[in-house]
Design a protein around this ligand. Structure first.
Ligand SMILES: [Zn+2]
Length: 142
């Protein structure tokens, strides 16, 4: 197997390779760890050298600018959302039910009715969780 030379890898990074050569290089890198490593190290060098260029810095700043407001927005949403805490409660209750009562039912079912009852068991779990949630919600409202 012939390895890809550095010039070709560099050309690949620069998007200067012909399409058929790109395919060739990519196929080779999937199969050849040595060339993949060379490619990654070249990529690292390439980005270190060029990271001072205005275009790259602008892109990074642009990305950061776009991401930060989204994160802030999500945090506020979570904090003010009561629905979220109900979801967490439901998840916790489901685990609790699974660990206690329902777990017994699963064991009994495997003996009596086998795996065909799996769907209805899930439904039962959902029903129980919803029922408990309604109880808790009702209690809070009073
Ligand atoms: Zn190779």
């Amino acid at each position: 197997m012939e390895h890809i030379d550095r010039h070709q890898l560099k050309a690949y990074i620069d998007n200067e390779l012909d399409i058929d050569k790109v395919e060739q290089a990519e196929n080779h890198m999937y199969a050849c760890e040595a060339c993949m490593r060379t490619y990654i190290s070249l990529l690292d060098q390439y980005h270190v050298q060029d990271s001072v260029s205005e275009g790259f810095t602008d892109k990074v700043i642009d990305k950061v600018d776009k991401q930060i407001p989204v994160q802030k927005y999500n945090l506020q949403q979570k904090r003010s959302s009561k629905t979220m805490s109900h979801y967490l409660l439901a998840a916790g209750l489901t685990i609790l039910i699974m660990l206690t009562g329902a777990f017994q039912e699963i064991i009994t079912m495997t003996h009596d009715q086998a795996a065909m009852e799996r769907t209805s068991l899930t439904e039962q779990l959902m029903h129980k969780t919803n029922h408990l949630l309604d109880k808790i919600k009702g209690g809070q409202d009073e």
